[in-house]
Design a protein around this ligand. Sequence first.
Ligand code: CUA
Length: 335
Amino acid sequence: MLTLFAVALSASCVFADDASGVTNIFKPNGAPAHAIVDYTMLVLAVCAVIFVIVVALLVYTVVRFRQRRGDKDHEPPQVYGSNQIELAWTVIPILIVFVLTLVTARSIAEVQNAAPPSKALNVTVVGHQWWWEIRYPDQGVVTANELHVPVSDPDHRTPTFLKLESADVAHSFWVPQLAGKTDVIPNRDNLMWIEPTTPGTFLGNCAEYCGTQHARMLIRVIVHPTGEFEKWVTSQQSNAVNEIQVKAGHDIFFSTSCVNCHTINGTESRGKFGPDLTHLMSRETLGSGAAPNTPEKLRAWVRDPQSLKQGCYMPDMQLTDEQEDELVRYLLTLN
Ligand code: CUA
């Protein structure tokens, strides 16, 4: 049953391209996820014991007291009430509920009251229909859909504390291997934290129905090995370059509505409605996991975003084939 549940869970999170991580709550990576799995296993074990006892008693009763040949003419003796049995089925469940309440309170406190150590990373995650804006206020970095964090080792803990905000409707941030889900609510700051101890890519999804493309509001958490995260930050802090090389594409970007919605650092483009494109090509996917970020898919996206992510708020810009080629060549320099 456990395996079935895990399989169903991972199957429910199918991603647009191949994923190195598995979305499996039973493979925790880091403190909050471990606390949740430990708690889940305890509850499952308690429930399993109750299930086995109830089914065993039921089967025993059905077999032992079944109607036999020759029983037809008279009813078996009817027994009403038993103080001992009634006491047992009242007291034992109360004790079980009491124990589960204590363990629940302890697990919640363990996750919720964790104080950030001095080297904790602070990140603000903003849910949009249907993508994630990811801001590193202390580093001056803004990206989208991919949360990059350092691995945490027990001697030099570097957990990541997330402040969750919404730009529109309610979303929910959930990366099953790293932590429980936390709702992302408009006009409210919700807090959560992750502390992955193994590097790799971990997948998640918006876990609160938020409109047409709720299913394509995927999250990738990239946990960098020690020392690598700083390199990533440095690469993201640089401005976009190479405008001159692809002037035609650059001019198309700046003469259409692209500039109204997107930011490219180091240029006039300061739009806030869509994802920051300064380092677009450093990302693995387009449209929050709708497609892998390849030149072909990027061109398809520019031609008509609706073909890859129907209902998304980026319009078809009605460019000619030539203009699309030039624009894509410009976008490909944003790495
Ligand atoms: Cu955002 Cu569902």
